[in-house]
Design a protein around this ligand. Structure first.
Ligand SMILES: [Zn+2]
Length: 63
């Protein structure tokens, strides 16, 4: 995975990584993305708590 300096506060919860970034308009956004191959789960949220909750409850299809 190439490093992306726009992402901040990256944490891993199980296979899912949660990160905070600023979109093109300078708004703070939060994303949860599964790193497992063949899964492909990723989602954006406007709240960090929502992104972390999504990561914790993610049921990975690739397991
Ligand atoms: Zn997954």
């Amino acid at each position: 995975m190439p490093a992306n300096p726009r992402f901040r506060r990256v944490v891993r919860i199980g296979p899912v990584q949660v990160a905070t970034y600023y979109d093109g308009r300078g708004r703070e956004m939060h994303t949860a993305a599964c790193t497992a191959p063949r899964c492909g789960f990723s989602a954006d949220y406007d709240s960090r708590a929502a992104a972390e909750l999504s990561a914790r409850t993610h049921r990975c299809v690739a397991r």
